[in-house]
Design a protein around this ligand. Sequence first.
Ligand code: SF4
Length: 171
Amino acid sequence: MVVIEKIPGAELIRKVPGGGFFLTTSESFLKWGKASSLWPMTFGLACCAIEMIATGAPRFDIDRFGAGVFRASPRQCDVMVVAGTICVKMNDCIRRLYAQMPEPKYVIALGNCAISGGIFYYDTYSVTKGTESLGIKVDVFIPGCPPRPENLLFGLMKLQEKIRREKDAAR
Ligand code: SF4
């Protein structure tokens, strides 16, 4: 057990009745820290990337969720938001960026194109049919064409829930 003072938020932390401190397990505490400091990659593919950029701007303020530190290098990221149409020419680039991210790493498919090819699903020779067709496991799917910034924030919260629930060495 770890005794921690003045930890805001985290539902996994139980307040001791009558006490001015919190108790939690070190495992829950580390997961809370991991979920609350996700660093996304600075990386966009098409129109949905504009929504991702808007999510980082002051009106929506993704920093409230600890996920506003967009990094320029995949080696410093733990979240890849696949935002936009995946053209076939980008397949190898996306695979390489994902491979360069350290574990543990997570993927959000933002928008119909990143999920399945979207409006380009039929009769298009140049578009890949979604992120998972590249062999990259997606943790959260956010549908829409395009999804709004609120959708991305909701998807981010779902990813945080998933991280708090995951078992050790499960990935
Ligand atoms: S889902 Fe719609 S808005 Fe997003 S990249 Fe595809 S066409 Fe553009």
